[in-house]
Design a protein around this ligand. Structure first.
Ligand SMILES: NC(=O)c1ccc[n+]([C@@H]2O[C@H](COP(=O)([O-])OP(=O)(O)OC[C@H]3O[C@@H](n4cnc5c(N)ncnc54)[C@H](OP(=O)(O)O)[C@@H]3O)[C@@H](O)[C@H]2O)c1
Length: 268
């Protein structure tokens, strides 16, 4: 299937590993000219090299996309290199994990900055070019909790901030639709690519230790309510991302599409 995005410039933030990397890798396989942004320059370079080994085009720009200055600097570098994006895949590390009673004011603000303000800055930076070209795709990696809130402990900031980002996303979709730009969110469920350094594995090891159980036991508890009886794989998220970023998905906008193995109990 030709997704119609060969030669398009795709900026994927938070993409030196995990879900962001999988999306970047997939877009490069579709012939897009991929730019990946993340903070650690060495890991970023390894990610660029991996895509290069598969004959894909990838450029790495070290950037902290959770700050306005970081996004402004990234935007300036993209312009300088002639890589103004047709496609933005916005990914960032998730919010902190306190309980409601433990959450500090500062943690609320960190969550808001990472999930809402950073998304807002990133979208504003790519819109002028997309509007001029009258074509654009914006895809955010979010969470299934926008349709069914997490019931486990320490997820207050996820349950609060992820829906706020979707509210922003839907509003932007309304404003930019007439320019041929779509804005959608991927609501990921439990995804484990096996990377020991991933936030998923670090958090689950921590949660397992708190309960006095192993990582595998902790993962089994999380998987039990999933109809598919397994965690998802990053390449599966990447497939959905590539489709939403494609020319074929031009009439899908303002949506949150879940990829959670059937876990969320909402009808829609
Ligand atoms: N995995 C799951 O089961 C799951 C489920 C629901 C939602 N999610 C959400 O999906 C997103 C990605 O998850 P993941 O498991 O792929 O995470 P991950 O393995 O921890 O990867 C995060 C990526 O983002 C980069 N990054 C983090 N903060 C950044 C910043 N301020 N500026 C630029 N780059 C930054 C990291 O590189 P540097 O550290 O070098 O910057 C890394 O490349 C997160 O928001 C997570 O909450 C994941």
């Amino acid at each position: 299937m030709d997704l119609g995005i060969a030669g398009k410039v795709a900026l994927v933030t938070g993409a030196s590993r995990g879900l962001g990397f999988a999306c970047a890798e997939r877009l490069a396989k579709e012939g897009s000219r991929v730019v990946i942004a993340a903070r650690d320059p060495e890991r970023l370079q390894r990610a660029v090299d991996r895509i290069g080994e598969q004959q894909g085009e990838a450029h790495g720009i070290p950037a902290d996309i959770a700050t306005k200055e970081g996004i402004e600097d990234l935007t300036a570098q993209l312009k300088e290199k002639g890589l103004e994006p047709d496609i933005l895949v916005f990914n960032n590390s998730g919010p902190p994990n306190p309980t409601f009673e433990d959450a500090t004011d500062e943690e609320y603000l960190i969550a808001y900055q990472r999930m809402v303000m950073a998304f807002n800055w990133a979208v504003k930076s790519v819109l002028p070019t997309m509007k001029e070209r009258r074509w654009g795709r914006i895809v955010t990696l979010g969470s299934y909790c926008v349709k069914e809130p997490h019931s486990e402990l320490k997820m207050v900031l996820h349950n609060l901030i992820r829906p706020a980002a979707v509210g922003l996303s839907k509003t932007i979709a309304d404003e930019v639709g007439e320019f041929g730009i779509t804005v959608n969110t991927i609501g990921t469920g439990t995804i484990d690519g096996g990377d020991e350094e991933s936030t998923f594995r670090i958090n689950y090891r921590k949660r397992a230790a708190e309960r006095g159980i192993t990582f595998e036991e902790m993962k089994a508890i999380r998987i039990e309510p999933i109809p598919m009886k397994r965690a998802g794989e990053p390449y599966e998220v990447a497939g959905l991302c590539a489709y939403l970023a494609s020319d074929l998905a031009g009439f899908i906008t303002g949506q949150t599409i879940l990829i959670d193995g059937g876990k969320a109990r909402s009808f829609l």
